[in-house]
Design a protein around this ligand. Structure first.
Ligand code: SD4
Length: 344
């Protein structure tokens, strides 16, 4: 098959790209992930799919690749800590073919919370395990790590926050004190979310995050909540990123899949979701998501100005980055030129 470099694209390549991207085609194996670091996830997950692996393995592998990068400040143990200086992680996985799911919330000392979430799904009668119980389960399954020191840059940033907050502090240890500290927190909006479909058309969604930087101890975001941070069934899958407190209110991932269930392709389901949230939402800041439908078509949406994500399917010769822009409720998808792709 002849490869065409998108950087020197012609109109016909652009048209082909739009057709491949926005309308159903025969490619079944497909994978999509949030943000530019999603490229690393997509590359890892694609290797699994390409070799005939399951969507479940692909999503777990994809997310682990980002969790294992300690330079990432919003995913895994390299992430910013909570206000007490501990990294607390949320993660979940959902198998659309069985409607089974597993999740962990506010878990410490686990390098790969996505794998722990999968253990919860496959080896317990439960869906969600939080806090100390999740850490204990990690020990049981050999996923616990003794050493979970903050990365130097994360520690520096945390100490800076503490100092700023303490300079005008209420009584140390009071609720006011903790709230003040948390209010100084920065919103960290880079969850790794991933959705994949394998050659048997099984769709799986997953996500993993260290959540809101300098959050209150025990704060749980949308990522481990089925329907909010992720959802998958036989019609499609979705995963969200952005301020969890907003995503939960709108049950974002389930809503995107609902629209796909009604027959819309992923990109149209995404637009409907954004329009719905904008219409009803008081809390609409910072919500973005990715979507994949049962025909292998990609979608994504954002209530912000733009949101980057990574994709790969049988229709393309290598993974690449896309951007979705929100133009007054209408979603416009475009390539990111500096990360050109090759269409076969
Ligand atoms: C949360 N949704 O914990 C996560 C944070 C995030 O991109 O980064 N999303 O609220």
């Amino acid at each position: 098959m002849k490869s065409v470099n998108f950087l020197n694209h012609t109109d016909s390549v652009v048209k082909k790209f739009k057709r491949d991207f926005q309308s159903p085609y025969k490619a079944m194996k497909a994978i999509i992930a949030t943000w530019s670091f999603g490229l690393k996830a997509v590359e890892s997950g694609w290797r699994v799919l390409r070799e005939g692996g399951s969507a479940l393995d692909a999503v777990e592998t994809a997310i682990r690749a980002v969790e294992n990068d300690f330079s990432n400040r919003s995913v895994g143990l390299g992430g910013y800590p909570n206000i007490a200086g501990f990294v607390e992680l949320d993660a979940a996985i959902m198998d659309g073919s069985t409607l089974r799911a597993g999740s962990v919330a506010a878990v410490r000392n686990v390098q790969n919370p996505i794998s722990l979430a999968r253990k919860v799904m496959e080896n317990t009668p439960h869906i969600m395990i939080a806090g100390e119980g999740a850490t204990k389960l990690a020990k049981f399954f050999g996923l616990y790590v003794d050493k979970a020191d903050l990365q130097p840059e994360a520690r520096m940033e945390w100490e800076k926050r503490l100092k700023t907050a303490l300079s005008a502090s209420p009584r140390e240890g009071s609720v006011d004190y903790w709230l003040k500290l948390a209010a100084e927190g920065v919103f960290n909006h880079d969850t790794i979310g991933c959705v994949a479909m394998d050659e048997n058309r099984n769709i799986v969604a997953g996500c993993s995050t260290s959540g809101y930087a300098f959050k209150l101890v025990g704060r749980v975001g949308d990522s481990p909540i089925i329907g909010a941070g992720l959802y998958a069934n036989s019609f499609g899958g979705a995963a969200a990123t952005g301020l969890g407190e907003n995503i939960m209110i709108h049950n974002v991932s389930r809503r995107v899949v609902d629209f796909m269930e009604q027959g819309l392709p992923a990109d149209e389901a995404s637009e409907k979701t954004i329009q719905y949230i904008s219409k009803v939402g008081r809390r609409i800041e910072q919500i973005s998501f990715i979507a994949l439908d049962k025909n292998g078509c990609f979608g994504a949406g954002t209530t912000g100005e733009a949101f980057e994500f990574a994709v790969m399917s049988e229709a393309f010769s290598q993974p690449f980055l896309l951007k979705v822009r929100n133009e007054k409720g209408h979603l416009v998808f475009e390539k990111i030129p500096e990360r050109g792709f090759q269409s076969s």
